[in-house]
Ligand binder design. Structure first.
Ligand code: ZN
Length: 304
């Protein structure tokens, strides 16, 4: 028995040695993923790019804030093997490469706040200088923080900045610390975008107000393939879908966000559109379908 355990251990040690290969520049052993997930939307190459995850923390009441539903939320989370007291939050910016243009949707928290977007952008094979457009779904710090580095310099120096005109107007009039640091210095460079406007060929802005006053999502259509980019308009992948009346602690207009979610969930379910949402579980790609009173999220089949 002792000998068998010893041999097994030696075998594992040898396999691990071979796997690591001692080659410089390799990923450390046992680290999951490369932080990006590449897929195709017709003729557009897309990447979900992780900005990393938060430390585990309580889900309630931030991710399901309705006071009368706290117990139902808790039971639902537990039934889906999520610990209401200690779950990580995901941050999932998106890159759309149309060939001539490379559009980044949201910029993560910023390196100074632990953001890993740039690290994963490099692993996906892109330099920050290659980004031609940055689209900001809204003005919250975890979406705009990555626009500037620790010294306040622009991280994407060549990119045209795009943001929904209603949200841009709101945040410039009501600047948070993150807005003062990341948006205000570039206010002359930001092009305001209207509902329905085509920001690139095949990529259209869709008003999804409520999470913030002028939150914008994106609809991508290429060669008959669809992708809907929710930003924060989808909320929590379980609670916001299952409970049609649910709202987040971070939602600024709770009645409006409930109406927005109802409209958009119905649309993508009807269209059978592929979707991505900023805080859904990595790699945040899948489908939404009707289930009971509400909806459910079905992850897309993972392809290497
Ligand atoms: Zn967010």
């Amino acid at each position: 028995m002792e000998r068998r355990v010893f041999l097994k251990g030696a075998g594992l040690f040898l396999m691990a040695g071979l796997a690591s290969g001692q080659a410089p520049g390799r990923s450390p052993r046992g680290v999951n993923g490369g932080g990006f997930y590449r897929f195709q939307v017709g003729g557009i190459t897309a990447f979900v790019l992780s900005d990393g995850q938060s430390a585990p923390g309580p889900l309630l009441p931030n991710w399901g804030a309705n006071p009368e539903l706290q117990e139902a939320f808790r039971r639902t989370l537990e039934a889906h093997f999520l610990n209401p007291e200690a779950t990580r939050n995901n941050f999932n910016p998106l890159l759309l490469d149309t060939g001539p243009a490379r559009l980044l949707v949201d910029t993560g928290r910023g390196v100074a706040s632990g953001g890993r977007l740039l690290e994963h952008l490099a692993l996906a094979g892109y330099a920050p200088e290659e980004i031609t457009h940055v689209f900001l779904t809204h003005g919250h710090p975890d979406h705009i923080g990555g626009l500037v580095d620790g010294e306040g310099r622009p991280v994407f120096p060549r990119a045209e900045l795009l943001m929904g005109e209603v949200d841009l107007d709101y945040w410039l009039k009501n600047p948070s610390a993150a807005v003062t640091r990341a948006l205000v210095p570039f206010r002359e460079r930001i092009r305001p975008v209207r509902d329905g406007e085509e920001v690139l060929p095949g990529v259209r802005a869709v008003a999804s107000y409520g999470h913030t006053p002028g939150h914008m999502s994106l609809e991508v259509l290429s060669q008959g393939r669809r992708l809907f980019v929710f930003g924060d308009a989808a909320g929590h992948y379980l609670l916001s879908l299952r409970f049609p009346q649910a709202y987040l602690g971070f939602d600024m207009d709770r009645e409006q966000v409930v109406r927005t979610r109802a409209r958009l969930f119905a649309k993508v379910a009807e269209e059978r559109s592929l979707i991505t949402a900023y805080h859904f579980p990595w790699p945040s790609l899948g489908y939404i379908r009707r289930a009971g009173e509400g909806y459910e999220f079905l992850p897309a089949f993972f392809e290497f």
